[in-house]
Design a protein around this ligand. Structure first.
Ligand SMILES: Nc1ncnc2c1ncn2[C@@H]1O[C@H](COP(=O)(O)OP(=O)(O)OP(=O)(O)O)[C@@H](O)[C@H]1O
Length: 213
């Protein structure tokens, strides 16, 4: 019996590098993440973690190198479709309600057929806040709204920039439960951290970012 061909990584970066005004921010980097895995991206303030995630999401153009998704070269459009980005700013409209915002964000980024918006809000602990205005939410509640958007996303690759920031202990456990469930379903996650926060208790690779000299 012949062995099945090896499966391509969900995400692979080759010699990926980024500069701003000719000043190197990161790279060249080589790394890969398989379905069912998390990659912990560690580095000090300014090491380039957010920039790397934004490049992978297709929001910034790398200076060089390649990004492959499931073995195929990925242009910015396919990167945008295959990734869900959880950033520092929730991207929500302050004067709209929580459910309205989630609906709007899912309209922009796409969503799975299930669960419903209300179920997703329950999962992240925002049940009962459906009609609250986003500007009335705390920082942690806004982060939970972003997590609800992630939970509804059909994208296999989650790009999570400091997902534990502003969350209480229960929120940290929520992030870990979500990452574990996403990986169990065949997804993958990149999680940035300064190293001081908790890390998801899942099969994890490590990418240490240092400022280029
Ligand atoms: N919009 C921007 N314009 C110019 N320089 C920027 C911009 N955003 C980030 N930088 C610079 O790029 C470098 C990398 O920033 P980045 O936000 O990727 O780091 P980080 O590792 O995510 O940091 P932190 O842990 O503080 O969030 C820093 O030197 C930063 O000053």
């Amino acid at each position: 019996m012949t062995a099945p061909p090896p499966r391509s990584p969900l995400l692979e970066a080759r010699q990926l590098r980024f500069s701003r005004n000719d000043i190197p921010v990161f790279g060249p980097l080589d790394f890969s993440v398989d379905a069912g895995e998390a990659l912990l991206v560690q580095g000090d303030n300014g090491a380039g973690k957010t920039t790397l995630l934004r490049v992978l999401a297709g929001l910034l153009r790398p200076e060089g190198g390649q990004v492959r998704l499931q073995g195929q070269p990925a242009d910015p459009l396919s990167r945008a479709q295959s990734t869900a980005y959880l950033g520092h700013l929730p991207g929500a409209k302050a004067d709209l309600g929580v459910r309205e915002n989630l609906d709007y964000l899912c309209g922009l980024h796409g969503r799975r057929a299930t669960p419903s918006l209300e179920e997703a809000l329950d999962v992240v602990g925002l049940g009962g806040f459906e009609d609250a205005l986003v500007r009335q939410l705390s920082a942690g509640q806004k982060k939970r709204l972003s997590l609800a958007r992630l939970w509804l996303s059909p994208a296999p690759l989650w790009l999570m920039d400091e997902p534990y920031a502003n969350l209480d202990l229960e929120g940290i456990e929520l992030v870990n439960r979500m990452v574990r469930a996403h990986l169990d379903e065949g997804g993958a996650s990149l999680v940035t951290t300064h190293g001081a926060y908790a890390a998801p208790p899942v099969r994890t690779r490590l990418l240490a970012l240092e400022k280029p000299t």
